[in-house]
Structures are given as structure tokens and as C-alpha cells.
Design a binder for this molecule. Structure first.
Ligand code: NAG
Ligand code: NAG
Ligand code: NAG
Ligand code: NAG
Ligand code: NAG
Ligand code: NAG
Ligand code: NAG
Length: 250
């Protein structure tokens, strides 16, 4: 009976010992005692060493050491423990729209700035009242700035863009053309004078009160592009060749 009991105790102890042998916090003498947990080592003072996460990793429970900003990595997944970070040049770093603050990645949007350069990783943002904010014709979407035009709207939320209206999404009013984030008097729109057209579209004119491309240019999307002069060039080459032959023949 006693023998059975002792055997039972031994088995239980062995099991507990094996199960916990490599866990974080468990007593160890060498790093080999800690190999069950990646990025752990036998650390502490002599005679009182335990399995602990190596520097640049932090414990998650007692069975894992997870990456922090600055941890070495070989794959993007190695940095999953830090939201909005990625493995860049072998180190976990915040993605470009985020910046490190006390080992977390915070959005650059709404972070402190002294100059627009501080916000430059977020396209179409600027430093306004010492905070990185989207430019007026853009709106913040978590971490980046989206043009107001094209976004769902309500009330007068489109009015930050001159000549835009809310019709399910922000759109340019009739007689205006969207150019990226603003509404302009563009090709095909009514105009009062040439200046109204050239202000937004190079090589355009106000013709019969409608903006159009000037002579020698043609419409390409919202721009006027020069009409190909390939024909003129070949005429020139023929003329030069003719001269050259005439010279040779004296
Ligand atoms: C650590 O490992 C060594 C060699 O593998 C072993 O002799 C020792 O008992 C282990 N110590 C602990 C506390 O696990
Ligand atoms: C052993 O180290 C731990 C921390 O690593 C500490 O809390 C504990 O007081 C130490 N024990 C002794 C006996 O030094
Ligand atoms: C910590 O471990 C838990 C349970 O395994 C997991 O759900 C969680 O995502 C881990 N946290 C980090 C930061 O890796
Ligand atoms: C992380 O970086 C890899 C390339 O190193 C890239 O393919 C992946 O899209 C990035 N992930 C995120 C969420 O940015
Ligand atoms: C903004 O950028 C300048 C120049 O790089 C730097 O000196 C300054 O500390 C930055 N300010 C903030 C709040 O990050
Ligand atoms: C809203 O847009 C729809 C088509 O997208 C159009 O038929 C309608 O006339 C527009 N309403 C206004 C007030 O512009
Ligand atoms: C668009 O321009 C035409 C011609 O100038 C004008 O008759 C019409 O009222 C304008 N439409 C709007 C919505 O302003």
C-alpha cells in the first residue's frame, strides 16, 4: 500500500516537474533548461536563476516570450504581439503611419508635432495647432487621411470642399469637376473667362463659355495634352535629308 502510494507520488512529481521544467520563472542552472520557451534564457543571480525572457522580449503568461518594439525578427508574424508593427530590416518597428510611444505604436495622426515634417509619413496631413491633422479637404480614417470627395456624407459634412455637395457621398456640384480632393472649373464646365479655365487646367481656354483645350492641345482626362507632332518631325527629317543630298550632289 505504502509502496503504491510512494510510486504514485513519484509519478505525479515527475509529471509536474516535466510539465513545468522550462516554464518562465522556473529555477534553472543553464540556458538549456529554458529551451522550451523561445527567446528565454536562464537569468538572475548565481544560485537564484530562473527562466526569463531575454531583453527585448516580454513574457505573455509563463509559456511565451513575445516581441516588443526593437525585438529581432525574421518574419512579419514575429511582431504580431505589437499592434501596427512589422518586421523591418530584422527588427520590429512601427508601420509608417504609426510612431513608437512607450512600446506601443500610436497613430501619427493626432500625435504632437512642431512642423509638418513631423507628420510627413501620413499623406495629406499637416501640423495644425501642434498636432498632426488631415488637411481640410481630407478626413481622418483611423491612421490615414482620405479625400472628403467620394466619402459617405451627412448634413453639410462636404462643405469643407468648396463647390461640393452631399448626395450619399461628397460630390462636386454640377458644373464642377473633381480633381483629386477639390472641385474645379474643369474642361467642359461653364466659365466666365480664360482665367477661370487656366487657373486649374494648363493650356485651356474659355470657348463659348465652356472650358476647352487651346489649339494644338487635346483633352486627356482632366488635362490638356499637346497634340502629337510626329508628322511635323518626319517632314523635317525629309527636308534635312533633301538638303544633305542636294549638298552632296553639289
Ligand atoms: C538543467 O539542465 C541540466 C543539464 O541538462 C540538468 O542537469 C539540471 O538538472 C537542469 N536543472 C533544472 C533546474 O532544470
Ligand atoms: C530570486 O530572484 C527573484 C527575482 O529574479 C527575486 O524576487 C527573489 O527575491 C530572489 N530570491 C533570492 C533568495 O535571492
Ligand atoms: C498572449 O497569449 C494569449 C493566449 O495564448 C493570446 O491570446 C494573446 O494574443 C497573447 N498576447 C500577445 C501579445 O502575444
Ligand atoms: C510587413 O512587411 C512585409 C514585407 O517585409 C509586407 O509584405 C507586409 O505587407 C507588411 N505587413 C503590414 C501589415 O504592413
Ligand atoms: C519635429 O521634427 C523636428 C525636426 O526633425 C524635430 O526637431 C522635432 O523634435 C519634432 N517634433 C516632434 C514633436 O516630434
Ligand atoms: C444624386 O446622385 C444621383 C446619381 O448618383 C443623381 O441622379 C441625383 O440627381 C443627385 N442628386 C442631386 C441633388 O444632385
Ligand atoms: C450650370 O451652368 C449652367 C450654364 O451656366 C447653368 O445654366 C446652370 O444653372 C448651372 N447649374 C448649376 C447647378 O449651377
Amino acid at each position: 500500500m505504502l509502496r503504491t502510494y510512494l510510486a504514485f507520488v513519484l509519478v505525479v512529481c515527475a509529471c509536474v516537474y516535466t510539465a513545468e521544467a522550462d516554464h518562465l520563472g522556473h529555477t534553472c542552472t543553464t540556458n538549456d533548461n529554458c529551451t522550451d520557451v523561445s527567446n528565454a534564457a536562464c537569468l538572475g543571480t548565481e544560485g537564484n536563476k530562473t527562466c526569463q525572457c531575454t531583453s527585448l522580449f516580454k513574457a505573455n503568461g509563463t509559456t511565451a516570450c513575445v516581441a516588443v518594439l526593437g525585438s529581432q525578427c525574421t518574419a512579419p508574424a514575429n511582431c504580431n504581439s505589437v499592434s501596427n508593427s512589422n518586421c523591418t530590416n530584422g527588427v520590429c518597428k512601427c508601420n509608417s503611419l504609426y510612431k513608437p510611444v512607450e512600446n506601443v505604436c500610436n497613430t501619427v495622426l493626432n500625435s504632437q508635432c512642431t512642423a509638418t515634417e513631423n507628420c510627413s509619413s501620413v499623406a495629406n496631413s499637416e501640423c495644425t495647432n501642434l498636432l498632426c491633422k488631415c488637411k481640410s479637404t481630407y478626413k481622418p480614417m483611423v491612421d490615414h487621411c482620405m479625400p472628403v470627395l467620394g466619402n459617405t456624407c451627412s448634413g453639410d459634412s462636404c462643405s469643407v470642399v468648396t463647390n461640393a455637395i452631399c448626395n450619399t457621398t461628397c460630390k462636386c456640384s454640377a458644373n464642377y469637376t473633381q480633381k483629386v480632393d477639390v472641385c474645379i472649373i474643369g474642361l467642359g464646365n461653364p466659365c466666365a473667362d480664360n482665367a477661370a479655365c487656366t487657373a486649374n487646367v494648363a493650356h485651356s481656354v474659355c470657348e463659348n463659355k465652356i472650358c476647352a483645350c487651346m489649339a494644338g492641345y487635346k483633352m486627356s482626362g482632366t488635362e490638356c495634352v499637346v497634340v502629337s507632332r510626329a508628322g511635323g518631325v518626319s517632314v523635317g527629317i525629309v527636308a534635312m535629308a533633301t538638303c544633305f543630298i542636294a549638298l552632296l550632289m553639289g
